[in-house]
Design a protein around this ligand. Sequence first.
Ligand code: DQA
Length: 142
Amino acid sequence: MKYILILNGPNLNLLGQREPDIYGTATLCDIIASLGEAFPQTALRHVQSNHEGAVIDAIQQHGLDPDCLGIVLNAGAFTHYSYAIADAIAAVKAPVVEVHMSNVQAREEFRRRSVIAPVCRGSIAGFGADSYRLAVEAILRF
Ligand code: DQA
């Protein structure tokens, strides 16, 4: 069965309690549940890890699975410096859409650089939990 992977990196398990002024009050469970409601016809799988290697393993495993339509990736702070995650994205066939809840361009200098953006199909940032929904929509249109 075809599916889309929602892949979240470090500290995103703390959504809802983490800096709510920036990331809002919805938990990661809330966000995944509302994606399920928004896309009832689409199988969604979800992985979250605070560990770089586990994020890479998920990109490799799902990104090379012919049933995976695409990966919605919020790599958290790995976005800004993980060349290993960038290499994993470049190595797989499935399109990867970079997602951020906050508008990273409007924040600290270090967040304005994404080392994964050049190997992602596209990037969506600044729309809170809606960034995930927009990314799923983009993958469904590929
Ligand atoms: C984030 C932005 C990153 O800079 C930060 O490290 C995160 C969350 C976002 O969703 O806005 O953990 O990816």
